[in-house]
Design a protein around this ligand. Structure first.
Ligand SMILES: [Zn+2]
Length: 460
């Protein structure tokens, strides 16, 4: 007897390319079987769900987020069809994993979550709070010990936010990469830049990854580079891949990025260097000016009085979103982060439906199958989480059923709309075989996500 039988679905496995009308059985949180409509009619199940011709695919895997046990943030991801998230990115991740996982288990969570430890967090824990200074030899010893312990206790890898810690020395980066490599884990890297369009940090990281044999995920490519530097960055990645680098890349659907007002990204000496910063492209994402464009005076006020606020900067070149995805196997990611309700960047609630609408329906840059691979199979491989990202017996029953014609984002930038608005057309979502979104509505109280602990990396 199955737990669930989903009937009348167009089932697509992006891994094999299998695409057929039929039924899917769920038992014990796993995919129990795939059936033709006739076979499905003979199966017995505790509950049945008529997909009404909807597209049934693996739940989406977001490899770049800052959900970090924040339930409202994960609820927004779930509403888009995300069932697994990799958090703790850009150098900011948990350090004490017993506490972190303990909180997760105690509260429950809407989606599966893996968590990185982060270089910036480790530096602070070791007593280096100045982002422009390198960690001392003694501090590096503490960082190494903490990083080793974090990986031992289940951290998925180590994230770097080089732009946020311009003072981090090459020794720090190398030591962390070696620890990740030794544990068979990966590093995710928000690269740095010492001047507009600087690609040196990207090249350095990729060379280091090759040398130390560590898997690298380059984070939110189009948030790091637009214009000619983006093309240059893509060439560097291609060249390193040709040399055998184990490098993976994620990117979002916007060029306008959001980050902390008090971060090094917005230190005045950094934004004014090179003269390529335009205040008419800067707006507040949160706080008293949320949704409004801000001038130098308000910018200084926010940084002085509300350093925890988040700002959105748009460097222009919106077409570069499409350029970034033209690189082989670039994965879709959100960069979502917890924000006060109705404030923040819409990326956490709009990215996936926006990706399918623009890249498949309108531009036809990707076939539906290729677009699905970028949200499921490829991120499952990049993370090294077996059992996810495909529709096959014994696979995890993390599933989404889309109403393709209705699929459309509704979230928009503050000032223009509601950045939290859930999309249309994400009809049903199962997390570990538990129905968590039903008929586009959140099933109240269901927290079926598992805490994914890094261990021996498993091949898909
Ligand atoms: Zn980042």
């Amino acid at each position: 007897m199955l737990d669930y039988l989903v009937t009348n679905a167009r089932i697509i496995d992006p891994e094999s390319g299998r695409d057929f009308m039929g039924s899917l059985g769920i038992s014990g949180g796993k995919i129990a079987g795939l059936y033709s409509p006739e076979e499905g009619a003979k199966e017995r199940a505790l509950q049945k769900l008529d997909a009404e011709g909807g597209i049934l695919v693996p739940g989406f895997i977001d490899v770049h987020a800052h959900s970090d046990n924040d339930i409202p943030c994960a609820e927004k991801l779930l509403a888009m069809g995300v069932t697994t998230v990799l958090s703790g990115n850009c150098g900011r991740g948990a350090v004490d994993f017993d506490t972190f996982f303990g909180e997760f288990e105690e509260s429950g969570y809407p989606v599966n979550q893996a968590e990185m430890t982060g270089l910036s967090s480790l530096r602070e824990e070791a007593g280096q709070e100045n982002v422009y200074q390198c960690a001392s030899a003694a501090q590096r010893e503490v960082m190494k010990e903490l990083a080793g312990k974090a990986l031992d206790r289940g951290a998925w890898g180590i994230s770097f936010g080089i732009e946020y810690t311009p003072g981090a020395s090459e020794e720090e980066l190398k030591e962390m990469a070696l620890i990740a490599s030794g544990a068979g884990r990966l590093i995710t890297v928000h690269v740095g830049s010492r001047y507009p369009g600087d690609t040196d940090s990207l090249a350095y990281i990729l060379e280091m990854g090759m040398k130390f044999g560590v898997r690298v995920i380059i984070s939110h490519l189009v948030y790091m580079f637009v214009g000619d530097p983006l093309r240059k960055a893509m060439e560097i990645i291609d060249r390193c891949r040709a040399k055998g680098a184990d490098v993976w890349v994620d990117s979002g659907m916007y060029t306008a990025f959001a980050t902390g007002a008090d971060s090094a990204v917005f230190d005045e000496q950094n934004i004014t260097y090179g003269g390529d910063f335009h205040f008419d492209r800067l707006r507040a994402a949160t706080g008293k000016y949320a949704g409004r464009f801000i001038d130098l005076e308000k910018f200084r006020e926010i940084r002085r009085d509300f350093p925890g606020d988040s700002l959105i900067y748009d460097p222009g070149h919106p077409e570069d979103v499409f350029t970034a995805y033209s690189l082989k196997d670039v994965m879709v990611s959100t960069d979502c982060i917890g924000n006060p309700p109705g404030q923040g960047h819409p990326q956490g609630a709009a990215t996936y439906p926006l990706f399918f609408r623009v890249m498949v329906k309108e531009r036809r840059q990707f076939s539906l199958h290729e677009a699905l691979r970028r949200c499921t199979t490829i991120p499952a491989r990049a993370m090294g989480c077996g059992g996810k990202g495909r529709i096959a017996p014994e696979g995890d029953a993390d599933l989404v059923i889309l109403d393709w014609d209705r699929l459309h984002e509704r979230a928009d930038f503050p000032g223009l709309g509601n950045p939290d608005a859930p999309p249309d057309g994400v009809k049903h979502v199962f997390v570990n075989g538990v129905l968590s979104i039903e008929n586009e509505k959140r099933v109240p109280g269901v927290l079926a996500g598992k805490c994914l602990k890094g261990g021996k990396p498993c091949a898909l």
